[in-house]
Design a protein around this ligand. Sequence first.
Ligand code: CTP
Ligand code: MG
Length: 227
Amino acid sequence: MRVTALIVAAGSGSRMGGDVPKQYRSIGGRSVLGHAIDALASHPRIDVVRVVIGPHQDSVANDAIAGRDVGALITGGATRADSVRAGLVEVEDGIVLVHDAARPFCPPGVIGRLIDALEHYDGAVPVLAVADTLAKAGETIEGPIDREGVVRVQTPQAFSRQGLIDAYEAWTGDCAPTDEASVVRAAGGRVAAVEGSTSLEKLTSPADWSRAEAMLAANLVSRTGTG
Ligand code: CTP
Ligand code: MG
């Protein structure tokens, strides 16, 4: 079955700040989006990579993509969910791996686990256990939260393209969903939790950027090709 990686890069990166949205900035000599594309495109089980960008991001996006083979760029929307939906319309049927451009380092093992899990589940997502104590807090700590069975959910998230389109169509939540697993689960689907990776941490705020640079320098993240 055809496997398409759909990378959503249409955000503005407001929490990271800077002149250019984080996914188009360079880290370790390569754009964040370029790293994300390379990690997925080089995987033997991924056939096609497509990219969703913001309405006015053509120029920065093309610079960041630097001639990589991603077909025509797809225009996203105001929320991540809008961008994913816009992308799903444009990709061919088969398996789709929806991935955040803001997660530049994807280890190959995660991709294999995700695709394998689709044999038995409607979807699959990478997760990491939570090591810290969890608590509810405002100005002060209000109470501990039992972390038993609590995980952090990452991307890529794998589904059948049609199943994911149908689940998005059925979504009736009050707010835009922040990931695909929520959408498919709400539609009654069973989504497998496979082992994620610290390499897949999302670049959200400036501290994440410094940490990623340090991890790159120390060769602690999964990096593909030489660019
Ligand atoms: N994204 C998108 N379309 C949007 C919003 C987000 O394609 N309308 C993408 C981002 O480019 C990113 C991923 O979704 O790769 C995860 O989103 P996030 O980390 O929140 O990125 P931003 O929305 O760009 O950042 P912020 O929320 O700080 O503005
Ligand atoms: Mg956002």
